[in-house]
Write a protein that binds this ligand. Structure first.
Ligand SMILES: [Zn+2]
Length: 261
C-alpha cells in the first residue's frame, strides 16, 4: 500500500449528478430514518455515476493503474471501491451487517478508490471497523471526523507509517492496530500476494547484487555499465507507479536480507 494523491477537483460526474443523488438520498432518509435503519427500504445507488468512466479514469491515473490496497497492477480491470461502505457495514467480519451504510458518501470523491476484485469483493466487502464503534457516524447528520477507523486510508494517510515489509511479508510496524487490521482483513499476506511479491523481489535482488559486485570492481567497465542500468531499474521499482513498490522499497532499505534466492 502506498499514499495516493487524487486530483483536488472531483470528476464532473460526481460534482453534478453525484451531488444531486446525495441530496435525494439524504432527504429520503430524513423523511423516515427507521425504514432505512431496519433495512425495510434500501438505497439504490447508481453505478453509472460513481463508477462512470471519467471517475474510473481519474482513479486509474491517481493510482497508476494499481489496486489501492495490494498494489497489484490491475489497469482497467479494477472495481470502484467505497472506502466507507455505501449500503451497509460491519464492525468485524463475524458480526451482523448494520444498516444503512454511508449512503451519503456513495458519490464522494474522497471515498472512492480503485481496488482489485480480491481486495474489494472477497475481503473488504462491507467491513469498516472503528477503534470505538460508538463514534460511528450512523447517518448524514453525523460527522465522520470523530471516527478512528482501523483501515488505512491511502488518500489521507501514509501507509508506510503503519505497514512495513520483511521480504514479501507485510507486518504492522511496532504492532500498531491499524496496520494489523488492514493486513489481516484484506489478507495481504495470503492469496497469491506473497508469491507475487517474492518473484518481483528476487529479480530486484539480482539487480542489487550486480550493483554490489560493481562497487568492488571499479575497473571493470562492462560491469560498471551493467550496474548503472541495474541501479536505474532498482530506483524505478520503488517509484509509485511500480507494482509492489512498497515491498520493493522496504527490501532495498534492508539490503534484501529477507529475500531468499
Ligand atoms: Zn488488491
Amino acid at each position: 500500500m502506498i499514499r495516493i494523491q487524487k486530483s483536488a477537483i472531483p470528476p464532473e460526474k460526481l460534482a453534478q449528478d453525484g451531488k444531486r443523488k446525495r441530496r435525494s438520498h439524504c432527504s429520503s432518509y430524513s423523511r423516515n430514518p427507521a425504514v432505512y435503519q431496519l433495512g425495510e427500504r434500501i438505497f439504490s445507488f447508481d453505478s453509472t455515476i460513481y463508477a462512470h468512466k471519467s471517475v474510473k479514469q481519474a482513479l486509474i491515473k491517481a493510482q497508476h493503474g494499481k489496486c489501492c490496497f495490494c498494489e497489484r497492477l490491475i489497469g482497467t480491470d479494477g472495481d470502484v471501491e467505497h472506502f466507507r461502505p455505501k449500503q451497509a457495514y460491519k464492525q468485524a467480519s463475524g458480526e451482523p451487517l448494520q444498516r444503512p451504510g454511508y449512503y451519503w458518501l456513495a458519490y464522494e470523491w474522497d471515498n472512492l478508490y480503485l481496488a482489485c476484485p480480491g481486495c474489494n469483493q472477497r475481503h473488504k466487502q462491507n467491513l469498516f471497523p472503528l477503534q470505538n464503534p460508538t463514534d460511528r457516524a450512523i447517518d448524514h447528520r453525523h460527522s465522520i471526523d470523530f471516527e478512528q477507523f482501523l483501515f488505512i486510508d491511502p488518500g489521507k494517510e501514509k501507509p508506510e507509517k503503519f505497514i512495513g515489509f520483511r521480504g514479501e511479508i507485510a507486518y504492522a510496524i511496532e504492532g500498531n492496530l491499524k496496520g494489523k487490521v488492514t493486513i489481516d482483513s484484506l489478507k495481504l499476506n495470503q492469496r497469491s500476494l506473497p508469491e507475487a511479491r517474492l518473484q518481483r523481489l528476487q529479480l530486484l535482488k539480482s539487480l542489487w547484487q550486480i550493483v554490489q559486485l560493481a562497487s568492488q570492481k571499479p575497473m571493470d567497465k562492462d560491469l560498471q555499465k551493467e550496474a548503472e542500468k541495474a541501479a536505474d531499474l532498482l530506483e524505478k521499482a520503488t517509484k509509485e507507479d511500480a507494482e509492489f513498490s512498497a515491498a520493493s522499497y522496504w527490501a532495498l532499505q534492508t539490503n534484501f536480507q529477507f529475500i531468499i534466492g
